[in-house]
Design a protein around this ligand. Structure first.
Ligand SMILES: N[C@@H](CCC(=O)N[C@@H](CS)C(=O)NCC(=O)O)C(=O)O
Length: 215
């Protein structure tokens, strides 16, 4: 049995980031499915492992680790080849900034628990909630498009595949789920298309997930 266990939901964009990093590093891992639609993230057993009640959670040799950015950087430190961050400090800061534009400023305000809270108890209807999600995703991706115009090439940062790309791909998947307008993000969509040509990246995508279900 592999040493790495990933508590994962096929459609979770934060977990998708970690699946991409695992695939990129060629690591063997095993999934523990946590069905977010059925509330499995909130059971006492899961919260004992991850008090936040969120996926992903990576367990390595019995040690649980939460937060996708921290997990990707951990994997990069323990398995440095192929790298997911450049070496030079300024370049590392730029890559982390792009990753955080997604992971800290777009994703958290469109997360399942946030959207559910807008519905109940705040009482917003689904159309309003979708408008909220689209607004913040489009605003965030417009800023990331500007980053790509300055720093990007085949990837978000030059031609190197980094943690920033592994935040971008899940965010674009998520954007399409709420029909966000991607017409102002042509560079981001082109980067995604190029990266999805790589089989190891494509295999980590929810559309190709063997556990894919309707929910
Ligand atoms: N900052 C966390 C975010 C994790 C997160 O929000 N995960 C979502 C799925 S993408 C989740 O578990 N949501 C469950 C819920 O909202 O109840 C990370 O990067 O790992």
């Amino acid at each position: 049995m592999p040493d790495l266990l990933l508590y994962d939901y096929w459609r979770s964009s934060a977990a998708f980031r970690v699946r991409l990093a695992l695939a990129w590093k060629g690591l063997d891992w095993q999934r523990v499915p946590i069905d977010l639609r059925h509330g499995e993230q909130s059971t006492a057993a899961y919260r004992a492992l991850n008090p936040q009640g969120l996926v992903p959670l990576l367990v390595n040799d019995g040690q649980p680790m939460a937060q996708s950015l921290a997990i990707m950087e951990y994997l990069d430190e323990v398995h440095p080849s192929p790298p997911l961050l450049p070496v030079e400090p300024l370049a590392r800061a730029k890559v982390r900034a792009a990753a955080q534009m997604v992971a800290c400023d777009i994703h958290p305000i469109n997360n399942l628990r946030v959207l559910r809270y807008l519905k109940d108890p705040l009482g917003h209807d689904q159309a309003t909630i979708d408008t909220w999600a689209r607004h913040w995703i489009e605003a965030g991706l417009t800023a990331l498009e500007a980053f790509a115009a300055q720093e990007g090439g085949a990837c978000l940062w030059g031609d190197m595949v980094t943690i920033a790309d592994f935040c971008l791909l899940p965010q674009l998947y998520n954007a399409r789920r709420v029909a966000a307008d991607l017409s102002r993000s042509p560079r981001l969509v082109a980067i995604e298309s190029r990266l999805l040509l790589r089989p190891e990246i494509s295999r980590a995508h929810p559309d190709h997930d063997p556990d894919r279900t309707g929910g």
